[in-house]
Design a protein around this ligand. Structure first.
Ligand code: ATP
Length: 351
């Protein structure tokens, strides 16, 4: 098999510790991959490294990315430049995860988060700048008072992005159904309150549902959904939602299976995908050698699947699962005493 190119962006703070752990496992698997590695964020000279990283990303098949606190600037290119509009965040309980729930068995759903718009375009500013627009509040039934000192933020939902994220979610549900899952899409947003923006999101997802008669469809207002996520997560299969709710609720979803150290993610576009953990850079535990690399390892597993290396992905995933099933070599976030290195060695021993 011809080798594929993978860019490694280790990210910032404690994130590189997880990326290097995942790399160690991939090296042990002797994969037909060529890694193009960049330094952690601290060493980035804004401009030049970013330019080189963009060129490497363009020449690659995928990127494994450590989280950034803003220093690793190439993430903007990975997301908006490569149009990776679907942020896929699987939430699957494995035996041995330290879940706070009494009965976490059978939790196996995927959050599909719109990745490019909503409140994440950085459209913020002083309230006074809105004065020329004479905005009328549907709720207050009066013009917005822009004399009050304050700030605004703009939420953008487009038909195009909603339609493609909806199709992505339904296609994923169809694939999962073929593997024995229920085949259901749940849509959530605050459509009762934000009738124009979240209302559009809901309408387009519901319209898309009619193209997939073989996939079940349901919708919940996001606050009601948050409760269901905690009380009956086993009822979920594929959940599609706008960017901000996806960001918040996927941390909650990680929480119900046992924490941020366990939750992987992939960002998919039509022509590219990159992979990173759900968690941030964990600056509070940087350099202690105790960060849990599972989330990044399972993100690397998703990357191997994306690259068509299914057998290696299966071995990697099974090796991680076995460490948890054995329960002997776990990091402190999972009530263990193992260091990141020991956990990594245990995974490699199970390959
Ligand atoms: P960001 O703003 O960069 O997304 P955050 O504020 O969400 O970051 P995280 O960096 O995700 O915060 O960390 C939140 C808490 O969870 C921290 O106490 C951190 O140490 C812990 N944490 C995050 N990831 C892991 C991990 N892989 N292993 C152990 N603890 C983790």
């Amino acid at each position: 098999m011809s080798s594929k190119k993978v860019v490694i962006l280790p990210g910032d703070d404690a994130a590189p510790e997880t990326v290097y752990a995942a790399m160690e496992v991939m090296h042990s698997l002797a994969l037909p991959l060529e890694f193009v590695e960049f330094p952690p964020g601290e060493q980035w000279v804004r401009g030049e490294t970013d330019k080189a990283a963009r060129a490497a990303i363009d020449a690659s098949d995928s990127t494994l990315f450590g989280s950034t606190s803003g220093k690793t600037t190439a993430v903007t290119y990975l997301r908006w430049g490569k149009e990776t509009y679907a942020n896929v965040r699987p939430c699957r309980f494995l035996q041995g995860f330290r879940s706070p729930l009494a009965h976490p068995e059978g939790i196996d759903f995927v959050i599909v988060r719109e990745n490019l718009e909503d409140l994440y375009l950085g459209l913020e500013g002083p309230l006074a700048a809105l004065a020329p627009l004479h905005l009328h509040s549907r709720i207050l039934r009066s013009e917005l008072d822009t004399d009050e000192p304050g700030r605004y933020a703009i939420k953008v939902i487009t038909e195009r992005n909603t339609r493609r994220i909806a199709r992505f979610a339904f296609n994923l549900a169809r694939q999962r159904k073929a593997q024995g899952r229920p085949g259901k899409v749940t849509c959530t947003s605050k459509y009762n309150m934000l009738r124009e923006s979240d209302g559009l999101f809901r309408r387009i997802v519901a319209e898309t549902a009619t193209e997939y008669p073989d996939v079940a469809y349901e919708e919940f207002i996001v606050d009601d959904f948050a409760r269901r996520l905690v009380q009956m997560p086993q009822m979920l299969d594929v959940v599609v939602m706008p960017n901000l709710y996806g960001d918040i609720l996927s941390d909650a979803a990680a929480g119900i299976i046992g924490g941020l150290g366990l939750a992987p993610s992939g960002c998919y576009g039509d022509h590219y995908a990159y992979f990173e953990s759900v968690h941030g850079t964990a600056p509070d535990i940087m350099g202690l050698g105790i960060i849990n690399p599972t989330a990044t390892m399972l993100s690397a597993v998703m990357m191997l699947e994306y690259l068509g290396l299914e057998e290696a992905a299966r071995r990697f995933r099974n090796a991680v699962s076995k460490v948890y099933a054995d329960g002997k070599v776990l990091t402190p976030d999972q009530n263990g005493t193992a260091k990141t290195r020991e956990f990594t060695r245990a995974v490699i021993a199970n390959l």
